[in-house]
Design a protein around this ligand. Structure first.
Ligand SMILES: CC(C)(COP(=O)(O)OP(=O)(O)OC[C@H]1O[C@@H](n2cnc3c(N)ncnc32)[C@H](O)[C@@H]1OP(=O)(O)O)[C@@H](O)C(=O)NCCC(=O)NCCS
Length: 139
């Protein structure tokens, strides 16, 4: 992913999340050499993106999002598959993430790749308030 995508990614963030990342935050993360950013395009339009930060041999997925009109077509699967492949190639010990406990679509997606529930954070999210489920894939 390049800086040219940032407006489209910021718009996708706004579409998908109650506390979207700003363009500025996305730009700072993109410049971080430890971040892995992936963008999915269809006919020149950004339809999904995913991001992971790598700290030594640990991966932290900070977002996966697919535009509503393009869901259930394998885009999210392709994005997570690339992050998992990146984790394997870089000999990570694990990849971990937080997800709203009501987000059954995302939980099902991560489970397909062997992410398992390892804990929860009470009232981690706001608007609406909700627990986070911690999911980790060990390599
Ligand atoms: C979660 C999300 C990324 C899935 O993207 P997607 O492109 O629609 O997912 P895919 O079409 O690749 O589906 C892959 C698997 O995910 C699961 N899945 C996806 N959407 C689902 C849904 N609505 N209900 C149940 N399972 C679902 C299924 O296991 C699916 O496999 P299948 O098609 O063989 O059943 C998308 O719904 C999204 O962007 N949601 C809003 C943002 C979000 O919640 N991100 C996660 C933050 S942690």
């Amino acid at each position: 992913m390049t800086a040219a995508c940032l407006d489209a990614v910021a718009a996708l963030e706004k579409e998908c999340f109650s506390h979207p990342w700003s363009k500025q935050s996305l730009a700072e993360s993109l410049e971080n050499e430890k971040s892995v950013f992936l963008a999915a395009y269809e006919d020149g339009k950004l339809v999904g993106y995913a991001g992971m930060e790598v700290i030594v041999d640990e991966g932290y997925i900070f977002n996966v999002a697919v535009s509503e009109d393009y869901r259930r077509r394998g885009v999210g699967y392709a994005l997570v598959r690339e992050l998992v492949t990146c984790g394997m190639k870089n000999s990570l010990c694990f990849i971990t993430l937080e997800v709203r406990e009501s987000n059954s679509a995302a939980i099902a997606l991560y489970s397909k790749f062997g992410f398992i529930r390892v804990g929860e954070r009470k009232n981690y999210y706001s608007d609406p308030s909700e627990n986070a489920v911690l999911m980790t894939k060990y390599f």
